[in-house]
Design a protein around this ligand. Structure first.
Ligand SMILES: [Zn+2]
Length: 233
């Protein structure tokens, strides 16, 4: 249930029966030929579909993420790590103040993971509130589906190309791009990253049949829903 479709009285009532809330987190950054908003689109959609049958409120997505390495690709926006961590902490502070006791972040961008590293410290300072960080794409069963389709898969390749992230009228290359050396890329500044990556795909073909993508999606939604169900310590 989207928070945009609830008023505060309904939220107050909801919290009395169920202390769970979901906050999707994404990124606005180059995704090759796909939308700049891939990670935002995927995080919000997977979170909403997972939470819907459980009736758990889903807050609006934190669109911007941590992506300094893509700064030379137009349209990519990066928050500094400390800005990001403060935003995460501020959101949690407000959710805890509302009375939520179980909060799950649903993340679609690997670069955001350090933003979640404050969670254990935060929980020590806010006993009684449990926070979970769920990376939807590399949760074990979803990742197994990816590997069963094609193990050459990464950022901006086929594995992020869904009917809701591709752009109308954009023609995709038909080759398989060889995997880049991620460790090497990590040592480069934003200009170096752009020169090294070219179109932005880290490796893999650019598209798979929708049937396979919808299967990956189905498992991803299911696994995200299971994470929301528990266990919550
Ligand atoms: Zn992505």
């Amino acid at each position: 249930m989207k928070i945009s479709e609830m008023n505060w009285m309904q939220v107050e009532e909801k919290i009395k029966q169920d202390g769970r809330a979901v906050v999707p987190v994404g990124s606005i950054e180059q995704h090759g030929y796909l939308s700049l908003a891939v990670d935002a689109i995927l995080a919000e959609r997977v979170a909403c579909e997972a939470a819907e049958p459980l009736g758990v409120p889903v807050f609006p997505i934190l669109n911007y993420g941590i992506t300094p390495y893509f700064r030379n690709y137009p349209g990519s926006i990066s928050l500094r790590l400390d800005t990001y961590q403060r935003i995460v902490a501020d959101i949690l502070e407000s959710l805890a103040g509302s009375g939520f006791t179980r909060v799950m972040f649903v993340n679609a961008h690997g670069g955001n993971i350090p933003g979640g590293s404050i969670l254990q410290e935060w929980m020590n300072e806010h006993r009684g509130v449990t926070v979970k960080w769920h990376n939807w794409w590399n949760a074990p069963r979803t990742w197994a589906v990816v590997n069963s389709i094609d193990s050459v898969a990464s950022h901006a390749s086929w594995m992020e190309n869904f009917p809701w992230t591709r752009l109308a009228g954009v023609k995709l290359p038909s080759n398989q791009k060889p995997m880049i050396d991620i460790a090497r890329m990590r040592m480069m500044d934003a200009a170096g990253v752009r020169a090294y990556l070219g179109d932005g795909n880290f490796g893999g073909v650019y598209q798979k049949p929708d049937e396979q993508m919808l299967e990956m999606w189905r498992v991803g939604v299911e696994e995200t829903r299971e994470a929301l169900e528990g266990p919550w310590p």
